[in-house]
Design a protein around this ligand. Sequence first.
Ligand SMILES: [Fe+2]
Length: 216
Amino acid sequence: MNAYAPKIFVSKTYKEQTFDLHGLDGISDAQIREHLALYAGYVKQVNVLNEELAAMTGRGQASVKDREFGDLTRHLGFEYNGMILHECYFSNLRPAADPKPSSGSGLAAALSESFGSVEQWQAAFQAIGAMRGVGWVILFQDPATDWLTNHWITLHQEGVPAGFKPLLVMDVWEHAFMRDYQATERGKYIEAFFRNIDWRTVERRLVEASAVRLAR
Ligand SMILES: [Fe+2]
């Protein structure tokens, strides 16, 4: 059989998720709409890349000598994490949010164990968010030890600890806030972000055995 004969190929198609985030405090509906449109672009690119790679594989083009196959494969991590991290971000926001995790919650206990106190964790998380450059601040849990750590992720695909669970994801790329704030006002956006955290979702991510996000 000719190795390049057409074969049947299959690929995963992700669906764009919807998030009802009207009425956040300090993050406008227009800002969210614009940001969701950007997220939709990542979902689309994940699907396009998966389909192209599956088709190439089906045609026998999956070769180390094929520059296009390599380039598309290397790009998957950026598009996938662009999709996944935005889904985590939007789903850890909600209107009419509580100002902090409830004092008796497992989340408050876990933050205190790993950072000394909820307040110390928050100060560190916000300080990372204020660093120069664009990126993400993510509170991760190491499922093997239950230990929590704050991470700075610049490009979506670099620096995400394999297998760790993202508990709280904050987008500090400028597209996340520049409809509402100036480039020099990131601190105001971070304060607004903290007024809209869905702590119950963060708590659920803490206790679920695997990563929790809306996805189909
Ligand atoms: Fe974003």
